[in-house]
Design a protein around this ligand. Sequence first.
Ligand code: SF4
Length: 434
Amino acid sequence: MDLLDTLTAKGLRGEAPTREEALAVLATTDDELLDVVAAAGRVRRQWFGRRVKLNYLVNLKSGLCPEDCSYCSQRLGSKAEILKYTWLKPDQAAEAAKAGVAGGAKRVCLVASGRGPTDRDIDRVADTISAIKDADPAVEICACLGLLSDNQAERLKAAGADAYNHNLNTSEGTYGDIATTHTYADRVDTVQKAHGAGLSACSGLIAGMGESDEDLVDVVFALRELGSDSVPVNFLIPFEGTPLAKEWNLTPQRCLRILAMVRFVNPDTEVRIAGGREVHLRTLQPLGLHLANSIFLGDYLTSEGQAGQADLDMIKDAGFEVEGAGEATLPRHRADVAAAVATGGACGTGGGCGPCGGHGEASGDAAGEEEAGGGAHGCGPCGGHAVAAPAENAAESAAESAAESAAENPNDELRSDLVRVRRRGAGTELAPNA
Ligand code: SF4
């Protein structure tokens, strides 16, 4: 196929496809799917070999969020029966992280629900980073705490954080349909703050919220422009008790096409299969490893993943290997760019570090203290939605649009049996899954 030859050649050179070519990947048929995977797999192997980076989530603070991200089980008004707890103590978080590292995780992702951290929250996370790094200095730490205020990224960097996650989630044009308590520009601002402070920027998307192919391509190109070093691709986990509970729009084949498109647009960037891997890729998960070079080990923030040992077995059986602590994740030319940013040099892929649009009321301090404090992020397994809704009745409109979407959707089988709320690990007395 000419398209795939073109995309492979560009990807091997580290170049992005055109927007039309990216859309064409999403429009390929099931008969063409293995050819698409093989082509994107060549690009993946060019830059990342057969390595798979393992990441481990520690949910420092679960639920209790005042934001209204419609995909999220921790959102304001969520009826999802998830674990709810406030900040883990540093030693509790370090204990949870230890389990992930022992299972092979190279990066630990410290996540807290809420609009954004207060300065006191930054102190707590700094203590947690110290506790983890004291036990194992080689562990990479990524913080995911919501919208950042001025100087908070610098403080996290000084505390030893390596990266900051804040997902764009969907296109700018549809962002107002999935959340009304903060804006797309707020999210861009936080990614830029993190990048500007010398933290590796981790920012990704959620697929399956009723978005169009154009929306998916828009957000993936936006992430490339932002210079994200790692791109988590979440597949919506439609939690019962959230507005998007009925949004079962994805098939395993569709997920593979999305991952292939993300790989072609970001050939030399870490692409991570994030929340929803087991729920939506199901038995095709191993094919996803030919496209992504990174996954989460074990459980997600509020839902359970497959057993950590099953992740390790899958990687081995598919002919891949777990990336070691001493191995660089990014290709040399990307790592050099990250180092230049960290030392105040030039920004990477063009478009990352300049001043950006509205932050406004998004600051963590302005949002208030402790659990009353606001929040606006979106790391692990999330949900999302479709059609534009006025702010005052977004949830109802989302539910209606979900019902309409399900009625139109040939893949509308509701598989809520596949969603398992997390009942072990951080915040419980039970051992983590790693
Ligand atoms: S994604 Fe983050 S900010 Fe949004 S509702 Fe969930 S926890 Fe709150």
